[in-house]
Write a protein that binds this ligand. Sequence first.
Ligand SMILES: Nc1ncnc2c1ncn2[C@@H]1O[C@H](COP(=O)(O)OP(=O)(O)O)[C@@H](O)[C@H]1O
Ligand SMILES: [Mg+2]
Length: 335
Amino acid sequence: MKVAVLFDTLHPDWEDADYKKEVEAKVEEAEYDVARALMAKGHDVLMIGMGEELGPPLERLAQFQPKLVFNGCESFRGHARHEYALAGVLEMHGYRYTGSSPTALLVARNKSLTKKILAYHGIRVPAFAECHLGEKPMRPSELRFPLIVKPLLEDASVGIAQASVVENDEDLSERVKFIHEKFRQAAIVEELIEGRELYVGLVGNATVQLLPIIEMTFGEADNAEHRIATYKAKWDEEYRKRKKIKNVFAKGLSDELTAKIGDICTTAFHALWLQDYGRVDLRLTHDDEVYVLEINPNPFVAFEHEMANAAEKAGMAYDAFIQRIVDEALERDHG
Ligand SMILES: Nc1ncnc2c1ncn2[C@@H]1O[C@H](COP(=O)(O)OP(=O)(O)O)[C@@H](O)[C@H]1O
Ligand SMILES: [Mg+2]
């Protein structure tokens, strides 16, 4: 089957053959892993880089006429907030693509809209307030410290550090100002939920398969630091080693609790209109309350990273996992 892998890249001028050289050389890049898996499954794969202009990738797509586009686009011109629009462009041109629709990508990226929708569905979310550009933070009196301040529209823990957690109004104002200035977008201020940090991968549509639950663990108790997934805690290998931060399969969750988490994640998946695959980030408190932090319609699917590892534990080797996403995309209804 003809499958185009569309992704944002630092080399948009490259041709398919240039990318495939990198794929063969096992250069680290999630979409190279995806392409390798699709080729291993016998598909006719064309790799198309998305750069600063829409014209060239659209021309390549028009020439190739893929049956499906594996949509690996995460941002446009350096802005993750344009992610939804790229799915929109595919849709407008009549291409079938993997992953969520513009609606889901837009709503899930907005950490405030997401929480409002989840709350409507009876899912627990941290109490929160928005603080728009040009506004001074006015903390609603019902919001209790400690609070965490995040950019409204980023992901991958961009803009999240230990300093994101604030204990008083002065530090709150300062961190909101930092988010406004550095990211040119609104901030969201949430109550900090203490607890275990869990990630749940899901694959499917009308019926959703839950992958084994992953936990980020934070090594020995270090009371000076908040046990949160900062940017460094996610991506800085040296820091992770030093702080003994690991992503492991969650242990010791009873069947009942696992089922409760599964129900919540499935409800969240549908509530946010996700398609094909996704990941729910949540916190589990000491008394087993489940708080959903956010929903990721476009989670990281690189080989040997957590979602792929979880899929493997569920019996899907990497190639089968990628093929499963393709199958889900082909089998669902397209509007
Ligand atoms: N309300 C909160 N309570 C506790 N920890 C939080 C809260 N919000 C965010 N965090 C921590 O910050 C991390 C990143 O926040 P998240 O909302 O998932 O943003 P991103 O889209 O960048 O992943 C979470 O995985 C969690 O460790
Ligand atoms: Mg997250």
